[in-house]
Design a protein around this ligand. Structure first.
Ligand code: ZN
Length: 216
């Protein structure tokens, strides 16, 4: 707690005064451009990775960056997604997995979390990820890691949410699949045309679901 209290003091005395105009502007309302869905893992800092300021990204976090299909869990994810799309009108949705994800390890080896009933139940929302990976193990070199496959599964679940599907139909939102490799300080992005995660240097052309592809 001492660490947190000292941090609060430094924020109030050093950081806040330097960014006062920004916080004054934010006091009039938020207009984030992106809904950012990622894991609760303490090694991820969405604002740090994307070099964004307060007010720019609306963040939803949970173990395994999971998006339960619409109606499968009346939890905060569903409400936050609806709010981001309908009320805040974000134009991007990023589902961001990461390297060394404990939730993905548990998903592939469920016996490791057998003593954690809530975690086990939560990971059922990612069971499709496990099924896909187990069915592809006959391949000599599976193209995607569990965390990468999970990003795609959760992006598909996103589309079951009425607010997301309606925004996709209107062409006002785009979904991206990202993987954060914290040990290397890089993010890779899913390229649907190649079926793999690639360098993030050209993110715009690598939407999972763009209005154009939806129209085909
Ligand atoms: Zn994780």
């Amino acid at each position: 707690m001492k660490t947190l209290v000292e941090g609060l003091r430094r924020f109030s005395s050093d950081v806040f005064p330097n960014q006062k105009p920004l916080f004054e502007e934010l006091s009039r309302g938020q207009k984030p451009h992106t809904l950012f869905i990622t894991c609760s893992d303490s090694r991820i800092d969405p604002n740090l990775v994307t070099q964004t300021a307060p007010g720019e990204i609306f963040v939803v976090r949970n173990a395994g960056n999971i998006v339960p299909p619409f109606g499968a869990s009346r939890g905060g994810e569903e409400a936050s997604i609806e709010f981001a799309i309908e009320a805040l009108q974000v134009s991007n949705i990023v589902v961001c997995g990461h390297s060394q994800c404990g939730a993905m390890n548990a998903l592939m080896e469920p016996e490791k979390v057998s003593s954690l009933p809530s975690v086990s139940r939560w990971l059922e929302h990612a069971s499709a990820t496990r099924r896909r990976l187990l069915s592809s193990t006959s391949s000599p070199s599976p193209k995607l890691s569990p965390a990468e496959e999970n990003v795609l599964v959760q992006a598909e679940n996103l589309r079951t949410h009425p607010a997301v599907s309606a925004a996709l139909r209107r062409g006002v939102v785009t979904i991206y699949g990202w993987m954060y490799h914290f040990e290397e300080g890089i993010v890779t992005v899913y390229d649907p045309s190649r079926g793999v995660f690639v360098s993030s240097s050209d993110v715009r052309d690598r939407a999972l679901t763009s209005p154009q592809s939806l129209a085909l």
